[in-house]
Design a protein around this ligand. Structure first.
Ligand code: ADP
Length: 158
């Protein structure tokens, strides 16, 4: 069985993430979405358990999927869940340099390859940081995030 691990902060999970997950579900027997706290990102909106719950609702239409949260190294989790591949999404060249470095580090630590899935151009402007900022100031992001996330953002910011 081929398993892919899709790790990320997902704070919050948005339609760009969902598109990557749907592609991965078509390519692999099992996909594991793992939400984590990224130490490079100071601002946190939702707690890990809240993110995990929202993602679980957002992917409930998919069968070969599991959602977990973690606070260890990505490669350690990948070994633990016996993932064959780590998935990352790419929006633009600006993502590439960081992602390449991370993929090479993960490969050198574990021998696990990273597969990059490019986003559809419709979603390439989406980022969790922008969604947080727009929602915080009352902007409507409901067309950019799954309904479960839109509901939580509304409860948080009104
Ligand atoms: P991280 O803190 O790990 O970068 P993010 O939640 O920001 O977590 O992103 C998780 C993954 O989703 C990353 O691979 C990122 O490049 C990808 N991603 C983020 N936004 C989009 C988007 N709009 N389309 C496709 N992939 C995206």
């Amino acid at each position: 069985m081929k398993t892919a691990l899709f790790p990320g902060s997902f704070d919050p999970f948005h339609d760009g993430h969902l598109e990557i997950v749907e592609s991965a579900c078509r390519l692999f027997d099992q996909v594991i979405i793992a939400t984590m706290v990224n130490p490079q990102k100071a601002t946190r909106l939702f707690e890990l358990d809240e993110r995990q719950e929202m993602i679980t609702q957002a992917v409930s239409h998919l069968e070969n999927i599991k959602v977990v949260s973690f606070s260890t190294l990505v490669v350690r989790l990948a070994k633990e869940v016996e993932a064959n591949v780590i998935i990352r999404g790419l929006r633009a060249v600006t993502d590439f340099e960081n992602e390449l470095q991370m993929a090479q580090m993960n490969f050198s630590l574990s021998g696990i390859d990273t597969l990059f899935i490019p986003t559809a151009s419709t979603y390439s402007f989406l980022s969790s940081r922008l969604i947080r900022e727009v929602a915080r100031f009352g902007g409507d992001v409901s067309k950019m995030v799954p309904p479960a996330v839109a509901k939580q953002l509304k409860e948080r910011f009104g």
